[in-house]
Write a protein of this length. Structure first.
Length: 229
């Protein structure tokens, strides 16, 4: 049985016996929405038996469009640090949730939304899904972790396309690179199935996967290290 609960006008939860789907009603990740996401993720983490999460969007053609450009325009050298840290904190929450987190991506996934998607344990994408960092065309470099975390996911040639040229990467390319787990015409349903499957794995396997893909575990030369001095 599924239970749909509206947390706010911009965020709702769909709970089933095995998964919780976090549905964003707006693809623009304004500061207020980021705050609401943080509160919800903290509450879900503290549940007695945290369910695996599916990150989804209610917008028909856009998954997540990233930060609010109007808010970015008001930032100065002081406030930009706090703004970047807020976005990174959401990525950290997704990456450290007690159970698996799967993104169900349809349409355009860009900017900070791209960063948050890559923080998930698996990504299920629709055939028409695209991934990009268009902010570079405006002189903006992502501050939510994508500029450092994408190298281990995409590799240097595709990182150059994404962060230097601002090019779109399609779902097929992302799957070939291993950044997309599966392409599905109904990504949300498949993401729920993937989340259920991952939830049945021994917790140590999820922990090992997260450690192996962590930027703190892999140095710039792609050598695995136990400790950095």
């Amino acid at each position: 049985m599924e239970v749909d609960r509206a947390v706010s006008s911009t965020l709702s939860l769909i709970r089933s016996e095995e998964t919780t789907t976090v549905v964003l009603q707006s693809p623009i990740l304004a500061r207020r929405i980021l705050g609401e996401i943080a509160i919800v993720l903290d509450e879900l983490k503290l549940e007695a038996s945290p369910r695996p999460l599916v990150l989804a969007s209610a917008h028909p053609t856009i998954f997540l469009a990233g930060a609010h450009l109007g808010e970015i325009a008001t930032l100065d050298h002081r406030s930009c640090v706090a703004y970047a840290e807020l976005g990174r904190s959401i990525a950290d929450r997704l990456a450290s949730h007690p159970a698996a987190v799967v993104a169900a991506v349809h349409g355009s996934c860009s900017g900070g939304g791209f960063d948050l998607t890559m923080a998930c344990d698996a990504v299920i994408a629709s055939p028409e899904a695209t991934f990009s960092h268009p902010g570079v065309h405006r002189g903006l470099v992502t501050g939510w972790g994508g500029s450092t975390g994408l190298d281990s996911v995409l590799g240097s040639p595709f990182l150059r396309r994404a962060l230097l040229e601002g090019s779109e990467l399609d779902a097929a390319t992302m799957k070939e690179l291993g950044a997309v787990h599966e392409i599905a015409t109904e990504p949300r349903g498949q993401a729920c199935a993937t989340a259920r499957r991952l939830s049945r794995l021994h917790p140590s396997r999820l922990a090992s996967w997260r450690l192996l893909r962590s930027s703190t575990f892999v140095d710039r030369f792609r050598a695995f290290v136990v400790e950095k001095s």
